[in-house]
Design a protein around this ligand. Sequence first.
Ligand code: ADP
Length: 683
Amino acid sequence: MSEGHATERNDTGSRRWALWATLLLLVVALLVVLVFLTREYEEARDQQALEQEAAAVVGDIRNELVRNVQTLQSLNSVSPTADSWSAPAAELLAQHRELVRLEWRDNAQRIISHRDTPYLSDVFAYLDRTRAVADVKLACDNAQRQSGPAYSSSYFWPMRDGLGLELMEMCMPVVRSGVPNGFLVATYSLPGILSEFTRPDALRSRGLSFNDADGTRLALHRMVPGTRRTLSANAVLELPGHTLILQLQSPRLVGGLFPNVLTAVISALSLALLAVLALLARDTRLRQRAELGVADALAFRKAMEDSLVTGLRARDMTGRITYVNPAFCEMVGLSAEQLIGTGLPAPWWPPELVDEYQQRQLVRLAGQTLPREGYESVFQRSDGTRFPVLIIEAPLIDAQGKQTGFMSAILDLTEQRRVEDLNRTSQERLQATARLATVGEMASLLSHELNQPLAAISSYASGAMNLLEQPAASVPQADLSQAMKRISEQAERAGRVIKSVADFVRRREQVREAVSPQDLMDAIQPLLVLQAKKQGIQLQIGIAPGCPAVHCDRTMVEQVLLNLARNGMQAMPQGDPALGQGARVLRIAVHQTRLHSGLRPGGDQHKAWITFEVSDHGLGLSPEVQAKLFTPFFTTRTEGMGLGLSLCRTVIEQHGGALTYEPNQPRGTVFRFTLPAHLSSRP
Ligand code: ADP
């Protein structure tokens, strides 16, 4: 069963792990997607801004080119002759760095006058200007056709030292008084356009270049610093006759892992979320461990309660059952379902005892504590049979220290009672056997004692017969009746002897009654006298005047007295030279003792006790004999049973008294025992 339990635990454990792993995976995926989307969004936003910027730059360039066209138009109108043209042309070139050369050509496109930029020396020194004629012609043809400015496509113009410039021609027809008066050709440098027509502060760290339609870079104004990834935006600069593409580049701000605040915030939040998740997992793990601990403790407790043979029962403050264990259910023969929730009177109370039990319940509810060692009671099983129990009760205190009810442990005393009964009966049987043994021992004494009255009867009878043989008139009537009286006396005496033995042997029920010490002595005296006389021992019996009656089982106590007296007499054998004739005395004394706690257990100081003393002047008790004195079947005599003293002690202790002994002076032993005085006879 525990194995199944373990695999079940493993199952739930792995399932929980799978759940946690899935959750973690989902959260991580969510975070990755979130970070990715944020970056995408920001990139798109940057791209859009860059494109707008590129469009603005193109707009600026277009405006400047248009303004240049106007300026150039005014050049020819203010200086109509070739000589006068040169100076303002030079001035214009000095103001406009984007222009490399100005040419005034006639209608056949031959140069009338020209001027080069002062900023670049010898642009046209390495290669002859005639190499660009094709482009000029193309532009001027276009200009003529459109009667407005036209641009050639750009071309690379190599210079000395491997340098070069990307150039572009702009040609516009010159009209004077409504008549075409040649062409004005302006040669633009593309890098010049980029540097002159853009505001450097607006470009900041941007890269700017002119590209061909196929992406070939024509002129570069500025590179993006560093080699990092860049964003780029193109904008088209459409000019009459030619189209250029302006490319604006911007370094992507994707620096490290967190390119900007938004991503950083989201990443931080994600980390926090993961941390919370981890804490939650730890918390769950701890909680689960605690739960397992509690479950184990509960299982252990349950196993313990179920295996107990002691019945357990819990009640709340109103007496309703809140818990029973299997042992209790078995005791009363009802199931836990039938018991739990039932109030008073309880189903196991015998009907005739309900009042008494209810009273006990009231005491309990009044807050009085019940005896710690428990109290005995009688329960009734569901089949009606009764059984004795011992109930040990304790208050149930909850975690707040408040009493919530009572917990009781119930012991079934049936078996214990049975054993006790068995012990008692065997004890009684043993005592009866001992009595019979005593009687057996006394049989010889008895026959001796009976001999005397019988002999007397016989002699009186033969005397009477002798008298009767005489003639009737001379028979002395008085003598005859005297003899008959003696016969009847002797017969009575014999009868008494037999009766005293019969009385002693007859087994009676144990009854405690008030018996005066004198009555006790009277009962055993005939038997004692028999033995004493035979052994030539002097018997002294002294009962203190006013001594109260003893509360005892008379037969038993008689037996004890008889045993002790007989032991004492046997300790003083007839042939003992150490004992003078007068020293062979057996003394039995009875007196009342108060507070003589040494003689009895329990120490109940209020009872009166009667002490019996049997003293002899025998050989006394050797240490070996003392060690085994009360051991059953210990004897030093060949005909002894060895049961006498052990039984004596049992009897006395059953009465609540004690049996002790001590040496007598000058020699011998004193056996002493106490018995409770009968209460009403207390003086
Ligand atoms: P039993 O009388 O059958 O031998 P008891 O139990 O009465 O059995 O006595 C056990 C032994 O204790 C006796 O055999 C005897 O040796 C010793 N004993 C008992 N009473 C006396 C006594 N008054 N003086 C000396 N010895 C005694």
